[in-house]
Structures are given as structure tokens and as C-alpha cells.
Design a protein around this ligand. Structure first.
Ligand code: PEP
Ligand code: MG
Length: 579
């Protein structure tokens, strides 16, 4: 039994057999074979080595290209490994002794070797683990060939274990079978974590070397409340976790019962609780969990998981479905936020050296006007169906706001010409998620009807910490005084300009920040649907006096540690059972 500690990003407990996948979606379950199949499987191992060697030899023979020398050296090392008889024997021995498939034996043996490499302190040697993975993939490609199994077509319950998952992969998971997610990489606000939270799948990220410990078919417990993963737990641990999981579900069930009650503080201040969604069918869940509308619809997920661009009708159907659930409540549709870690499957965009600082989000839209206009037309058409608002992401300056408003007017004129109805007073808002937008908030506020604080990006850009990089995840914190000062500035400017402001970053779904946010003046919160009951419960347990005191204290503090300790203690005093 091995216990690994990571970052809890999506609550809940799962106990299931693992399915280890890599970036190429190979799933290598522990497949057992009959003794009579041993010969066939060992022959498959030998063939895979032979084919991998001939493939590599061919590549090596290609005349030198720029950088060719270095690449040739790498391939020469790979070839030496593949020619090593003891490696092949290790794998075929595994097939014989453990009665497992060729794929599983290759994966298990190579992962064991890689873990020896990574445990060596010398950086040069530990980095060689990447070569071992490369060789493993090459062998698996030979073995799996066209039989590569598709994780979208699972038939049994699994816990997904991966080095890293893209939001596209996570969004494709079938919730019926994917019971938990555990990854080596990632942070609390990486988009994969956000998708897991939305789907209600327990998840732990930033486990660093979990994939070197787990083989497909191992039992794993994923504790998305405490950020723990237990590999091959003993019976007593499984029993304890089954009990804990039952208690947790019971608590969730109890919380669901406050669905009909308002999100109101003990002294009568009403807070509006909205849901963040990625797919239209989640709107139902927001309603079921007691949300009062949609505060953030991440429409870029319409582009992921498909190879062609969605048509205006595809957009329209998705928006109409969402608005159909919340006819007289606000539905804030955010225009596509593609780029950074969210690429379409066809990867029309060439890889960028710094994608989070690159052609992302509104910048991408402003360079792809036709695609942008298609979406705007669909949003405007849906605007007659309910209380649709439109929101633009990643604004960094006033010109961008003027440009998007200009394009929107253009689209309105087109609709006028075609006599297509739309709401010409549709409210326009922007996300405040870059320091430049936060610092010029008052100027921007005079051009729009509302702001939404996107703290996930605001934190990463303010602190220069990649939101998905586990190596710097300890530096990524909403409790940093610099972040809180930016948030305070934006709240003050929005109030001064008399425009609405909400918060839709993950910070708002972390219980310890609720009192602080309320004390700083936040009155509208948008979060992942499964979090709505818990946050409502906290709101209903505090008074504005508590909240104002917390905000006053915190804003005098100068270090992240002081602030986060203070917030945890303050929350514990008010709601001891939740912390
Ligand atoms: C944010 O950045 O806080 C946000 C809500 O947007 P996303 O997580 O989709 O980048
Ligand atoms: Mg963002």
C-alpha cells in the first residue's frame, strides 16, 4: 500500500481499479492470460521489439537535418535499449510468471525502470526517464496498433491515472464509468481540475510521480477531499474509506436539502449564487443544486472534442438549451476562450512557446473575426429566449473592449438586415482576469454593464505562476496580498462606476474565502454546480459583521501565510463541522 499526497481539486471519494493512460490515450489495463497463451504473448513482445528497432533504424538513417546530431544521439540510445536482451527477457519473464498480456508486461517493466531513473538525484540520469517512456510508447504503438482502445467507450468503472490530461480528454469522460481522476501534473485551477469539479468526479492532481507507482488494474482510492491517493490499499483501509465515502454522500445529501432556501446571511444580506458550466446539460444540475442562473458558460468546450468548427446552428442549439432551463434568470455566455491549454482537437493553432501569454481567448477571436462573428450571431439569436448576457474573456485594455463592441454592432446590423430578432439591449460584460484590466477597471467599467472577476487567471498573471504547473503550485494562492489588493481595486471601481460585479474564479468555491469576499463587497458568486450547496450553507451561517471584520483584518496583513492561516481559523470558528 502506498499513500501519495497531492492537491484536492474535486471533492468526493472513489475506490476503483486504475486505468493508466498517457497523453496519447493508451489504456493499459492489467489483462490476464491463460497459461496456454504465454507463447503467443512472448512472441508478440519479440515482434514489437523487432518492429520498433526497424522503425528507429529507418528514422536514424534519414540524412542529417538541423539539430539532427542531437536527435540521432537520442535515437542511438533508444536503439541500444531495444537491442538489450536482458530488457526483452525481463518483459517476457513477466508474461510467463504473472500471466499478463504483452502490453501490460511492457508497460509495467518500463515503468519500473523509469522509476529507478527518477529516484536518482543526478538530474541528467533522472531525466532519462523520459527516454524510457518514449521507448515504452514506441513498443506499445507496435503492440496496440489499430487496436488502441478508446477511453470514451469504457464498459466498467475505473479511476483514471495519467501524467497529465487535457481539458478535452477530461471533458470526454463518461461519468458513469470514470469514478475518479488522479494526475501527476496540474493545479487547483487547471482546466482539467475545473472540468472534474463540474462533472462531480473526485480528483487529485499534482501527485508528481503517481504514474510511476500505479499499473493498470491496481486498486486506487482517490480522496478528493483531502488530496490523497492510496495505491493498492489493504482491506482495513478500503473498509474505512467505504465508511467515509458513505458519510460524505450522506452529508452531501443533507446539504442538497437546503436547495430551496435562499443564500442569505444570518443578518439578512442576500447573495446571488450562480453556476459555472461547460456544457448545456449542466444547466439542469445548477438548477437542481439550487443555483439561480448561469454566471459563466465556458463556450469553448463546444469547439473541443470535435474536428470541425461548430456552425451557427450548433452554437444556437447549445445556448437555447441552456436558456431553456433558466428562462427568467440570467445566463452569462462567455465567448470562446480558446488557446493556452484549450485547443481544438485538430490543433489549428501552431504550438506557441508561451501559450498562456499568446494568442489566447479574445486575442484569438480578434484575429479570427469570421469565427467570432458566427458565435456572436448565435448568442444574439438566443438573446430573445431569456435573460442572456454576453461576456468577453481576457480583456487587457480599453481598445479591445471598443473593438469587440464594434464587431458586436456589426453583427447586430447584419441581423437587422436579415430581420432576425435579437435583444438590442443585451447586457455586455467583461472578465477581469489580467492585472492590466484590474488596474484600469474604472475606465473599462464605463464601457460595459458588468464585470466578472476571473481569479483563476488573475492569480496566475499577477503572481507569474502557471495555474497548471505542479512545480510552482505552492506559490499559486488567492490569499496573496497582491491578489487581494487587485480584487479590492476592481470591487471599488465597479461600485464607484455603479456596474454589477460577480466572481466566477475557483476562489469563490473555496469555503475559507467566502467571509472575506462578502466583507470586501462581493454579492454575486458563480461556482461549479456541485459546490453550490456547501457555499450556500456557509453564507447562511455567517453575519455581515463577521465578514466585514475578516476583510478589515486581512487587508492589513502582508504575507500569504498569515492571511491563509487567519482565514482558515476564522472559518473554523464560524463553521467547525465544515473544516
Ligand atoms: C478565471 O480565469 O478565473 C475563469 C473563471 O476563467 P477560466 O477558468 O475559464 O480561465
Ligand atoms: Mg480565465
Amino acid at each position: 500500500m502506498e499513500i501519495k499526497k497531492g492537491i484536492a481539486v474535486s471533492p468526493g471519494i472513489s475506490i476503483a481499479k486504475s486505468l493508466v493512460i498517457d497523453a496519447e490515450d493508451y489504456r493499459i489495463p492489467r489483462r490476464e492470460i491463460m497459461p496456454s497463451q504465454r507463447l503467443v504473448e512472448t512472441q508478440r513482445v519479440r515482434n514489437a521489439f523487432k518492429d520498433a528497432i526497424s522503425e528507429l533504424t529507418k528514422i536514424e538513417a534519414v540524412p542529417k537535418q538541423p539539430e539532427g546530431g542531437k536527435i540521432k544521439d537520442i535515437f542511438a540510445v533508444h536503439l541500444r535499449f531495444l537491442h538489450d536482451r536482458s530488457l526483452r527477457k525481463r518483459i517476457t519473464d513477466l508474461v510467463h510468471s504473472d500471466l499478463v498480456s504483452a502490453e501490460y508486461a511492457v508497460s509495467a517493466a518500463m515503468r519500473e525502470i523509469a522509476s529507478h531513473f527518477t529516484s536518482v538525484k543526478d538530474a541528467y540520469i533522472s531525466e532519462r526517464a523520459a527516454d524510457i517512456y518514449d521507448i515504452e510508447r514506441r513498443l506499445l504503438r507496435q503492440l496496440l496498433g489499430k487496436k488502441r482502445e478508446d477511453i470514451e467507450h469504457l464498459t466498467e468503472e475505473v479511476a483514471i491515472v495519467a501524467r497529465e490530461l487535457s481539458p478535452t480528454q477530461a471533458a470526454g469522460f463518461n461519468k458513469e464509468f470514470v469514478k475518479g481522476i488522479a494526475t501527476d501534473a496540474g493545479g487547483r485551477t487547471s482546466h482539467t481540475a475545473i472540468v472534474a469539479r463540474s462533472l462531480g468526479i473526485p480528483a487529485v492532481v499534482a501527485l508528481e510521480d503517481l504514474t510511476e507507482t500505479v499499473s493498470g488494474g491496481d486498486t486506487v482510492i482517490i480522496d478528493g477531499n483531502r488530496g490523497i491517493v492510496i495505491v493498492n490499499p489493504d482491506e482495513e483501509t478500503i473498509r474505512q474509506y467505504e465508511e467515509y465515502s458513505r458519510d460524505f454522500l450522506e452529508l452531501e445529501h443533507k446539504l442538497d436539502s437546503i436547495r430551496e432556501k435562499p443564500a442569505i446571511t444570518r443578518d439578512g444580506t442576500k447573495i446571488t449564487l450562480l453556476g459555472n458550466i461547460e456544457f448545456p446539460d449542466e444547466a439542469e444540475l445548477v438548477l437542481r443544486k439550487g443555483g439561480e442562473g448561469i454566471g459563466l458558460y465556458r463556450t469553448e468546450f463546444l469547439y473541443l472534442n470535435r474536428t470541425t468548427e461548430p456552425s451557427e446552428q450548433d452554437h444556437h442549439e447549445a445556448y437555447a438549451e441552456t436558456v431553456g432551463v433558466f428562462k427568467d434568470r440570467p445566463v452569462i455566455i462567455r465567448t470562446m476562450d480558446l488557446g493556452a491549454d484549450k485547443y481544438t482537437q485538430s490543433r489549428r493553432f501552431a504550438p506557441e512557446p508561451n501559450p498562456f501569454l499568446g494568442l489566447r481567448s479574445i486575442r484569438f477571436c480578434l484575429q479570427n473575426i469570421m469565427m467570432f462573428k458566427t458565435q456572436l450571431r448565435a448568442i444574439l439569436r438566443a438573446s430573445v429566449l431569456g435573460q442572456v448576457k454576453i461576456m468577453f474573456p481576457l480583456i487587457t485594455n480599453l481598445q479591445e473592449v471598443m473593438q469587440v463592441k464594434f464587431i458586436l454592432r456589426d453583427v447586430m446590423e447584419d441581423l437587422d438586415e436579415e430581420s432576425i430578432p435579437y435583444n438590442r439591449d443585451i447586457e455586455i460584460g467583461i472578465m477581469i482576469e489580467t492585472p492590466s484590466a484590474a488596474l484600469t477597471a474604472y475606465t473599462l467599467a464605463r464601457e460595459v454593464g458588468f464585470f466578472s472577476l476571473g481569479t483563476n487567471d488573475l492569480i496566475q498573471y499577477a503572481l507569474a505562476v502557471d495555474r497548471g504547473n505542479e512545480l510552482v503550485s505552492m506559490l499559486y494562492s488567492a490569499a496573496d496580498p497582491a491578489v487581494l489588493r487587485l480584487i479590492r481595486t476592481v470591487l471599488q471601481d465597479a461600485h464607484k462606476a455603479q456596474i454589477d460585479i460577480s466572481i466566477c474564479g475557483e476562489m469563490a468555491s473555496e469555503p475559507e474565502y467566502i467571509m472575506l469576499l462578502l466583507g470586501m463587497g462581493v454579492r454575486t458568486i458563480s461556482i461549479a454546480p456541485p459546490m453550490i450547496p456547501e457555499i450556500k450553507q456557509i453564507i447562511r451561517s455567517v453575519t455581515m459583521e463577521n465578514c466585514n471584520n475578516v476583510a478589515r483584518e486581512v487587508l492589513t496583513m502582508n504575507t500569504e501565510r498569515q492571511i491563509s492561516n487567519y482565514l482558515r481559523n476564522a472559518a473554523r470558528k464560524i463553521l467547525p463541522e465544515a473544516f
